[in-house]
Design a protein around this ligand. Sequence first.
Ligand SMILES: [Zn+2]
Length: 255
Amino acid sequence: MTMSDIAETPQILEPAPGLFVRQAVDNITWADMGDYILVVDALEQADLEDEVVGVIERTVGDDPVRCLINTHTHYDHVALNEAFRRRYDTEIINKATSEIPDEGRWFTGPRRRAVMTPMVGCHTDEDCVVWFPEDRVLLVGDIFGWGIIPLVGRLNRDSLRLLEDTYARLIELDARTVVPGHGPLCTTLELRRWVDYLHGLIGTIQAACRAGQSDERILAETAPPDDMHHWWRFLKWKHADTVQKVLRSVRRGVL
Ligand SMILES: [Zn+2]
């Protein structure tokens, strides 16, 4: 198995005591709040219900799953919503169906606390992140994608500014562990590296366009940085996809 397949074998990780992630292609997180369990994101496959409920009960006991947060409501983050509601009468919370104040909604228990904060526009217009301040664990949903530009819409000056501002807020939290919606866990270092990578690509591609180079040559010669070769699925397609998007926006004159 190569590094790029790392997420295809699910692993149960514990980035802070009593706070678990089932790391896979789609990630689900659960935290022992002390007298209830908080879950974040609910996968793509409803048939994982028994496995997921089983591992939650094995790791944190049989307190009720009182709250389930979706970082956004794409199909690959909500499949188990109904299962939790049926089993535990869980409150399902996401920005599509609940009012989340700009300053965030807090979840507190005897053991820990977390805050769900809207950071919309990087991936969808309902993006939220979840921050466990004492554990220094940050769940960013699909705002970080191991090298991809997370925007569903176009990359242009305005959306670039939004990405920069949002990443600055995320980096400032100084998380020890960052849980993306998909693939391996990482740290604040990768958030910083991605912003630098994007700026580097934009500069390189703008210069190549000014120098009159062809699209074919730019696509072929804009190399992935050495220190990012191990990033999840980066060489497989993410770098090429990002180069293509930046090039398109530079050619259109919107970057
Ligand atoms: Zn998504």
